[in-house]
Ligand binder design. Sequence first.
Ligand code: ADP
Length: 277
Amino acid sequence: KDTRNPLRRINQEIFNFAGLKQREIEELKRMADFRREFLADVSHELKTPIFAAQGYIYTLLDGAADDEAVRTRFLQKAANSLDGLDVLVQDLLMLSQLETKQIRMYYSYFNLAELIRAVFDQMEGKAESQGIALRLPADFPEQLWVWADKQRIQQVITNLTSNAIKYSNDSPEGGGWVEAQVREEGDRIRVLIKDNGRGIPAEHLNRIFERFYRVEKSRAKVSGGTGLGLAIVKHILEAHKSQIDVQSEVGKGSVFSFRLKKRKDKRSRSQQTELAE
Ligand code: ADP
């Protein structure tokens, strides 16, 4: 590149400018496509809980409210549908912000081992009620420092663990478990969430990260998922320049895993946190 030649320099500048415009146009097109598809998907998904709640409420108004037991049961069901709607709207907002890159990641240096323990503690009740054991290997570390957005990574681990519990093996013998493991891979830490649940058929494996994609449509409704959990996970990890990997075998179980950066250099913890802000 000869920047002393003015003609060449001007040429280069025009070239850069045109390249920039092209990229901007592509970005705008991408956003427009995204908005159109998103709206279509969303209106479809919103209808399910709205119709359900309407159904219960109108049945109550039609006279079902006279019977106290029926009244309580129907009100509870209407409330559950509206709770589901609330979760769906929250997930949708998060996903749309992630997909259009409106969410900033707030990096800091934090103890990943502690975060995983905290998520497992939080989900213990839910797992127990389904007869699933949440476990960590005996050599699971006390400290494991990584450089990432702690709140978002907490959401990734929560979504993966919640799925592992939800799609656990429902055989009457029980014996279901979910295990978190960590592995060092050079300057990265790999986190693995393993389950011995029902597994995912190979032909669905690369589609489960699409929004609203479910392996079993009807069962997903029963288990109350929004179909957005894995799409959110994928986008959060992409923002971390990482990716989500999955291995699964039907009837045996699944392993979801991803990698995070270990501490970059030997700066003190407070300096690292300052850099994040
Ligand atoms: P959902 O709200 O339906 O759980 P997700 O995006 O979290 O939405 O997951 C998409 C689909 O992937 C699920 O409906 C389920 O079919 C499948 N899936 C996700 N995690 C697991 C798992 N650990 N075991 C088996 N199937 C899973």
